[in-house]
Design a protein around this ligand. Structure first.
Ligand code: PEP
Ligand code: MG
Length: 569
């Protein structure tokens, strides 16, 4: 059995599908030109057929504009000039076909990457992709592809990028297990929003399982059972049924308010990455959206930043479907581990401490302004709350707010209809902002605490790193004090305070957060009903006493014990 972190609850039993890029070792060899030309011809044919197959399968789940990448790859694979250069290299140098392809491709990539035009630089990636596929076909190596799954599997990988998780097809991908990552890595967050079981930080999984082998993914306890016996399969099938029954029972709480036994009301809302995720929020009784990670719109776009109309359509759809309930849309949070296909971020030693989120937007006000205009236009269709991520200083918040005011004034001058209750808030995920929350709250309409980053930056522990994941301690009194400062700072100024980091959906943290006075809890849609069941059984007054004790303790373990004994866990 292999141990990891249960990142998205559930149980899956299926065959392993390893998502591992083959390693190519291309060596120069002297070869017979006619034989190599024949090999090259066959490999080009297979490359074209492979891309066409992937495109056909992907066309069932992806939109027209998302399929454009496959057309670009097909054009490259069918380009007589590209092929002619490789053939020339084979004939002139009498080398093996894969070496010739590698040489030609390296020269072309270097040429494209040196171009001024951003679009042309982006084509270098297409050349690399197509040549990699061609060389794999020349050397008999398979490239796995999530879009082509056609039977139930559990995906096993070192890590999944946001675009990997984006292309997971829930019909066949029954769950995933990764070597890397923690509860707050983006693949884990995506798994919860897709509602598929996931175990992350599962050391040894890649070497521990073979393609096609049966495994049980117990993403309740964070365990993977390799080659289970018939009895084990029966036990886990029963557990999966029980889990499904518990989920069904929770559905009874879908339309109930979230209110403590002594009448203190809070809002339980959902985190989403795309308009499609609104389904999950509504099905699970979400009272709004507490975080729309708008960067997923940007990551899904293939060759340029999404334009104002594309963004407007997405924001409008979410606001309309939430029918006047609050919707917090976070402006672009890119950088760190979140990359774009069409934009190269400058190399930095510590990308998580570099040009991320609002820092990027304030440096690229053209891009920021497009998003703000789309958001403000969409505000006419519901209750929009705009939120700026990664704010470290009052000055940054004021500068971002000034951009918002400018965009709003422009739209008003253009006669565009806009909503009358737009709120502009600040995400608190940098310790400096938490410490200065009482001052920031003078300028912001609301706060939302991003604990994934707040804990990472407070503990100086990379949220992607498994060895330091023990420092992810939401219940450490140091973190609770920062949370308290933030909530108190908001309330002192008559503002509301929410939380959209994973801590908001943590069952042991909820009693303390209720006691600290948190107004809004935003979590993966699948956690909402369980959280409601818990909060509706707690006394606000008692939890205030519990929270006051918790912030005075020394360690995370002491707080955990205190909460467990108070709520009978
Ligand atoms: C956070 O940091 O807590 C947060 C919600 O933002 P993200 O996880 O997208 O960085
Ligand atoms: Mg964050």
């Amino acid at each position: 059995m292999l141990k990891g972190i249960a990142a998205s609850q559930g149980i899956a039993i299926a065959k392993v599908y390893k998502l591992e890029q083959p390693v190519l070792d291309i060596q120069k060899k002297e070869a017979n030109a006619d034989e190599e030309l024949a090999k090259l011809d066959a490999a080009f044919k297979k490359t074209v057929a492979d891309i066409e197959k992937i495109k056909t399968v992907a066309s069932k789940s992806l939109k027209e504009e998302e399929l454009a990448i496959f057309d670009a790859h097909l054009m490259m694979a069918n380009d007589p000039e590209f092929r002619g250069m490789i053939e020339e290299e084979i004939k002139n140098s009498n080398v093996n076909a894969e070496y010739a392809a590698n040489t030609v491709s390296a020269n072309m990539v270097a040429m494209f990457e040196a171009m001024d035009d951003e679009y042309m630089r982006g084509r270098a990636a297409d050349i690399k992709d197509v040549t990699f596929r061609l060389m794999c076909n020349l050397t008999g190596k398979e490239i796995p592809n999530l879009a082509t799954l056609d039977e139930p599997v559990i995906v096993v990988a070192k890590d999944l990028t946001p675009s990997d998780t984006g292309s997971l097809n829930k019909e066949f991908a029954k769950g995933f297990a990764t070597e890397m990552g923690g509860r707050t890595s983006h693949s884990a967050i995506m798994a919860r929003s897709l509602e598929i079981p996931a175990v992350v930080g599962c050391k040894g999984i890649l070497d521990g399982v073979k393609n096609g082998e049966m495994i049980v993914l117990d993403a309740i306890n964070g365990e993977v059972i390799v080659n289970p016996s018939n009895e084990e399969i029966a036990t886990y099938e029963k557990k999966a049924e029980e889990y499904a029954a518990e989920k069904a029972a929770l559905k009874a709480m879908k339309d109930q308010p979230s209110v403590s036994t002594d009448g203190h009301k809070v809002l339980l809302v959902g985190n989403i990455g795309s308009p499609a995720d609104v389904d999950g929020v509504l099905e699970n009784g979400g009272e709004g959206v507490g975080l729309f990670r708008s960067e997923f719109l940007y990551m899904k776009s293939e060759d340029d930043f999404p334009n104002e109309d594309t963004q407007f359509a997405a924001y409008k759809e979410v606001l309309e479907r939430m029918e006047g309930k609050p919707v917090v849309i976070r402006t672009l949070d890119i950088g760190g581990d979140k990359k774009l296909n069409y934009y190269t971020f400058p190399e930095e030693m510590n990308p998580f401490l570099g040009v991320r989120a609002i820092r990027f937007c304030l440096m690229r006000k053209d891009i920021f302004k497009t998003q703000l205009r789309a958001l403000i236009r969409a505000s006419a269709y519901g209750h929009l709350c705009i939120m700026f991520p990664m704010i470290a200083t009052v000055a940054e918040f004021k500068e971002a707010k000034a951009c918002y005011e400018e965009a709003k004034a422009e739209l008003v001058a253009e006669g565009v209809k806009i909503g009358d209750k737009i709120e502009v808030g600040c995400m608190i995920e940098i310790p400096a902002a938490a410490v200065l929350a009482d001052q920031l709250a003078k300028y912001a309409d609301f706060f939302s605490i991003g604990t994934n980053d707040l804990i990472q930056y407070s503990m100086a522990a990379d949220r992607m790193s498994e060895p330091v994941s023990y420092l992810y301690q939401p219940l450490n009194p140091s973190i609770l004090r920062l949370v308290k400062m933030t909530i108190d700072g908001a309330h002192k100024n008559g503002k509301w305070c929410g939380m959209c980091g994973e801590m908001a959906g943590d069952e042991l943290a909820a009693p303390v957060l209720l006691g600290l006075g948190l107004d809004e809890f935003s979590m993966s849609a699948t956690s909402i009903l369980r959280a409601r069941k818990m909060i509706n059984g707690l006394s606000y007054e008692e939890m205030q006493g519990l929270a006051a004790k918790a912030v005075e303790l020394d360690t995370c373990d002491e707080v955990t014990e205190l909460v467990k004994s108070a709520v009978g866990k």
